[in-house]
Design a protein. Structure first.
Length: 103
């Protein structure tokens, strides 16, 4: 896709989440190791969902796919906009983890 934005619309259950997550996981899996604190690795993929229900579904799907990549953890973050804002404002060191998202 040459790094361009995509807008897609499809019915529920057609695989939109997996279609987004699989290439995102590959970006993280192919990223070079960092010198940063391994207890707080950088967040490479940020998935923002409009509702908590959709965020929960996307996180469940991501966890299922990530079981094949045990070294990838919090480098992929799924959140609602409100929860993300709360962490940026109130969680120490969180904003620095978001300094260079890839997807």
């Amino acid at each position: 896709m040459e790094g361009k934005d995509v807008l897609a619309k499809a019915r529920t259950g057609t695989g939109k989440t997996v279609a987004f997550l699989l290439p995102s996981i590959e970006v993280v899996a192919n990223s070079p190791p960092t010198e940063r604190d391994h207890r707080r690795p950088p967040i490479y993929v940020l998935v923002i969902c409009p509702t908590q229900e959709l965020a929960s579904q996307a996180a469940t799907e991501a966890a299922e796919l990530l079981k094949y990549h045990p070294t990838i953890g919090v480098q992929i973050l799924v959140a609602t906009l409100g929860r993300l804002r709360d962490h940026v404002e109130n969680t120490a060191g969180f904003a620095t983890q978001l300094m260079d998202p890839q997807v």
